[in-house]
Design a protein around this ligand. Sequence first.
Ligand code: GLC
Length: 553
Amino acid sequence: MADLSPDLSPRNPDWWRQAVIYQVYPRSFADADGDGLGDLKGIAQRLDHLAALGVDAVWLSPFYPSELADGGYDVIDPRGVDDRLGTLDDFDALVAEAHRLGLKVIVDIVPNHTSHLHPWFQEALRAGPGSAARERYVFRRGRGAHGELPPSDWQSVFGGSAWRRVPDGEWYLHLFAPEQPDLNWDNEEVRADFRTTLRFWSDRGVDGFRVDVAHGLAKDLTEPLRDVGDIGATGEDALPLVPPGSHPYWDRDEVHEIYRDWRKIFDAYRPPRMAVAEAWVPGARRALYARPDELGQAFNFEYLEARWDAEELRDVITGSLATARAAGASATWVLSNHDVVRHASRLMLPPGTDPAAWLLADGRAPAVDPAAGLRRARAATLLMLALPGSAYLYQGEELGLPEVADLPVEVLQDPIWEQTGHVRKGRDGCRVPLPWTAGLPHAGFGAREEPWLPQPAGWPSYAVDRQRSDPDSMLSLYRTAIALRPRFGDGPLTWLPAPDGVLAFSRADGALCVVNLAATPADLPARSRLLLSSGPLDDAGRLPQDTAAWLHA
Ligand code: GLC
């Protein structure tokens, strides 16, 4: 059979189009210095795990100096390394080691906002109203007789007004936490500084960028500021309710000009640096960020948000492929990341449950059967890895980690907890430090201090060392699947006739994928050879519920 493995040679500019990319959340991956917080050396020491897994690239969530008001997405210096996580030399060593192992490196960049401790924001506070320093952010006078009301009704994604007042009476915009003031992208200094940041990391050898909140940079700042009004939604969920491009701060058409500018920088490198947009906007609009003259790729959140339902998944897959094709981009697939309930738990939630609301502070989260969740997660993985395009994995999913839904409220760090007035626990449950070695303190995450979020009692049973040599483990399934994945080639997907509740499609060269979501066992296509299944077939050789199979015709 022809070698269909993706070409990862430095000369291949398109390596990212069919890649498997693994997200590392640095503070929770591996703690080399034992202070309870993961670090760059810890990542470098564990890159062999990723090489053995067979992924093509590692994406690092922010490791920059940060107050950790939002888990590192509140950046004090976008061209530095937080000293609790290491140094720039550690970063260079990590990149060198990754490249030696054949792994690409993608860094996360946060252009929508800085930390309030960024020197620019501190300068803006000191400089006062009307100053050039304030122009780099969005400062406004308030409404009301004494400016005591926020300048508009804009809402923070984390809850409450998106405006905070400073002692001299002006207000500044923060679409996320108050510690994350939004930058003003109409300001040329802001644009220039970001170009410097892109070059800084590209020059250090990074292969690409994950662009945080890519849909937020451009805002309609014409005076008087326009209210969103009461449209029944306050976050990005407002977008389907308004004409495309008309929202005052999400997904505005002007944002694309910024990415066309960045593309010139990406393309000045050999191979060109890749980029992927984090844009929580409806599919057809999302594809615009992935156009070849912009970022090239965008996360597919429709897929992440789809329920475990054959009909819904088929529609989402078909729609995602069509929108990616229309944009001239490759499709992407993602089941979990550091912002959502881990899919081994999420896919088990009763229909109609909002996963974020499931993690309520009162502890009444419906129990999820871990074994059933794992079974579904295994099937979901084989489905995802058989699809055309790139798959983004989140650290720990290869171990089948569930969401830690019962973190005690005293340990919560996510700003969502405070900003929703203790209604939503937020995203800490998917950020619990990884278990590496069952018999070691803290399951091998770090040798000394308690991890920054407590690991639950059952964590060691998921440890890498427990799973490595077990052929039936989740880790073994991921390794085998990633190794076999090139058999699906890079051609299109063709749906095959299948009973209700069953998904079946073929790809290049006779490779087939069948997933059974229905209670009735499904027959596998005749005259096909089983390559891999997510669980055992039944005695009659049929595919049971919540099981996926890869076959060769
Ligand atoms: C993105 C990140 C998320 C962060 C937010 C604000 O959505 O993924 O973790 O809270 O941006 O930077």
